[in-house]
Design a protein around this ligand. Structure first.
Ligand SMILES: Nc1ncnc2c1ncn2[C@@H]1O[C@H](COP(=O)(O)OP(=O)(O)OP(=O)(O)O)[C@@H](O)[C@H]1O
Length: 334
């Protein structure tokens, strides 16, 4: 089963530029979580901080008792082996075939024989639907295939924590839907803890068990998906509605004048419709059910008293219908 990741009071700056401060959240073991946020809010910096590639000035990231910020490098290096990383562009070596790209972590970090490496690589290639393409160079395949190859490479060391940075970037809506399904299928097969960074509203609506959002150097919220999906926090509602009206501007934050003008002149603005919570994706036929589902249900029902009323009602509806039927979100979400 995947491993819980506990983030406590994390603050990161580059020189005088603060990226985010006091970020506290827990990625529940084996569940799928999504981190949303406008461009430049430090989502990639957050992923890199979780694996200890960037060092926040304050706070801790606890994984199996190792603090990825402050523990000795030796422990951080060992713990990093628990992770599978999928970067935005697939981060493949251009001169190597897909097979060699995917085999790379095994050749680099293990002493496995070539026959064993071949077995593992071909298994992962099959999981991501790339059988037959293993001899091709990254430049000979589409962006979607490169992403899937990047995902296959992230999986060869049997990760217990998988981090995906914008798995949808550069993909059309259909390919994005396939990637969404693949992420859920992987979770069903591996039971790994997963964190996906994305701007994509379809992924946000259908994939995660939990969701958070970074905005204005803070974690706006993090919790069961229903909390964010029913949130009336202006930045969350604007982001999920994909609207111009609201506190998020072209360069992250609107100034006061722009907000005031908007407040007096929005009569012509597109009205916000009610938000719906669509059902979460199920694993593809033939795959085992996600083990996270039962654990999550218990965990979330235990949290109910502490959640906002709209989220509570949405969770109760989800579980009353076995999680399969759509449930309208309470409130319009501004
Ligand atoms: N190594 C670095 N040194 C200095 N500044 C950095 C470094 N890495 C990231 N930054 C800055 O941190 C900020 C956040 O970057 P990051 O890539 O994490 O944003 P993001 O939310 O992932 O954006 P996007 O959604 O556009 O990918 C940016 O202003 C970026 O310039």
């Amino acid at each position: 089963m995947g491993i819980e990741v506990v983030v406590e009071g994390l603050t990161k700056s580059f020189g005088r530029q603060n990226i985010w401060q006091d970020v506290t959240l827990t990625l529940p073991a084996g569940e799928v979580s999504v981190m949303l946020g406008p461009s430049g809010t430090g989502k990639t910096v957050f992923l890199k901080s979780l694996i200890g590639l960037l060092k926040p000035e304050e706070g801790r990231v606890l994984i199996n008792g190792v603090d990825m910020v402050n523990s000795p490098e030796r422990d951080i290096f060992e713990t990093r082996k628990l992770f599978g990383l999928m970067f935005q562009d697939g981060a493949l070596f251009g001169s190597m075939s897909l097979f060699d790209n995917i085999a790379f972590p095994l050749r680099e970090h293990t002493r496995k024989k070539e026959s064993e490496i071949r077995r593992i690589v071909m298994e992962r290639i099959e999981v991501v639907g790339l059988l037959g393409a293993e001899g091709k160079l990254p430049g000979e395949i589409s962006g979607g295939m490169r992403k899937r190859a990047g995902l296959a490479r992230a999986l060869v060391l049997d990760p217990q924590i998988i981090l995906c940075d914008e798995p949808d970037s550069g993909l059309d809506p259909v390919r994005t839907a396939y990637i969404s399904q693949l992420l859920i299928d992987l979770n069903a097969q591996l039971d790994a803890t997963m964190l996906i960074v994305t701007h994509n509203l379809d992924i946000a609506a259908t994939v995660p068990d939990n969701m958070g959002m970074l905005f204005l150097r803070r974690l706006v919220t993090f919790g069961p998906r229903e909390v964010l999906l029913t949130s009336e926090e202006p930045a969350v509602a604007q982001f999920l509605g994909g609207r111009r009206e609201g506190p998020i501007g072209m360069s992250e934050e609107k100034d006061a004048a722009a907000l005031a003008a908007e407040a007096t002149g929005t009569r012509t603005a597109r009205p916000a419709g009610p938000r719906e919570i669509v059902p979460q994706l199920e694993p593809s036929p033939g795959l085992p059910p996600r083990r996270a589902v039962t654990r999550r249900r218990e965990r979330v029902l235990g949290l109910l008293d502490r959640l906002p009323p709209a989220a509570r009602a949405a969770i109760e509806r989800t579980y009353a219908t076995g999680g399969a039927a759509p449930a309208p979100a309470a409130g319009s979400g501004a």
